[in-house]
Design a binder for this molecule. Sequence first.
Ligand code: NAD
Ligand code: UDP
Length: 354
Amino acid sequence: MKILLLGAGGFIGVNLTERLMKDGVHEVTAVDIQDEKISELLDTDLHFLHLDISKDEAEVDKLVAASDVVVDLVAFANPSLYVEDPVGVFDLNFTQNMKVVQQCIRHKKRLIQFSTCEVYGITAAKAMGLDSRTHPMPFSEDETPLIMGPVKNQRWIYACAKQLLERVLHGYGLRGSLEWTVIRPFNFIGPRIDFLPSEAQGNPRVFSHFMNGLLYGTPLKLVDGGTAYRAYTYIDDAVDCMVRIIENPEKCKNQIINIGTPDNEVTIKEFCDICVEVFNTEFRQPGDPTPEIVSVTGEEFYGPGYEDCDRRIPVVTKARGLGWTSKHDMRSTILHTMKYFVEKHRAKQARGEV
Ligand code: NAD
Ligand code: UDP
């Protein structure tokens, strides 16, 4: 199969590209505007192109025409950006991605579109004023209503843009003009998730903040006490499911598929405790800092317009129907992810760079 990966230079993209190159079964073309992460793979046979889906339409169109399946990972996928630049998030995550949809329709190509578990929004429990701790409500692809907070909480622009894209794909599927699959990832973590804050601009996802604290001594901040829940999936497990989706077009035709690990559900406070325990037990060396753990409000951390998702439990019957199951529990997910970042940090220490 000729696979075109758009956004291949990001966290999921690099890990998926690496697995596909290792398998050696398919021909992969990888596209991104950045190459810092994917540069580790550039000495393989990988065909990588620096292209921007917004500006290099003609080049991307030719690549779509030459492929069998297009996997679109391009997005702004960082909660602090949803609050700071909601219009920019809508433009990339909906308007620019729609160009790829049109190219797939024109060339009659299958499209695997990355969406998000965030399209589920808040739980029905929270919307009804119930406590989601005592009312767990798992999120099912074709059954669960999608409930967003008010417009003044611009965090929801990301989920709305992704949701609208899903609805448009569904509409084209009904017309018979597009074969699509939507993937809704539930909090993947693993090597290359984000650069640490001290290495790059921006506000990364929670693991990177905690890793940064453990290596550099910045406080571990629990937003609203860390009471929100997330269910984490190790990236290798997630990639395994993606490969099954790529290789099972008939079963996945015009389907939305959750990828997640309900057994790995924790509160962010519990996630923080496991990070500290794993670091102290497996990686701590003399001279490493001991960061304090503090509670901050969502507004202090992200600015006005933030609202958290209270709880996200995936229903994974469809993914299991592909013969897939997650192999890593919560501790081993954190252990393997941390190993990557700690080894990079120790190498820098050895070179005298930190
Ligand atoms: P990421 O930010 O690491 O990767 C996105 C990639 O898109 C980046 O490498 C970026 O350079 C690239 N990109 C941005 N604009 C581009 C453009 N104009 N042209 C070409 N490339 C461009 O994010 P990720 O974590 O790898 O997520 C990939 C997809 O999965 C996204 O659609 C995201 O919304 C979705 N998702 C991820 C998670 C998760 O747990 N990581 C959860 C929910 C949804
Ligand atoms: N969070 C936190 N401390 C941080 C960063 C995030 O407590 O340093 C919280 C955030 O408010 C949310 C959860 O951790 O409840 C996951 O945030 P992340 O940005 O990783 O991903 P999300 O699942 O919200 O997209």
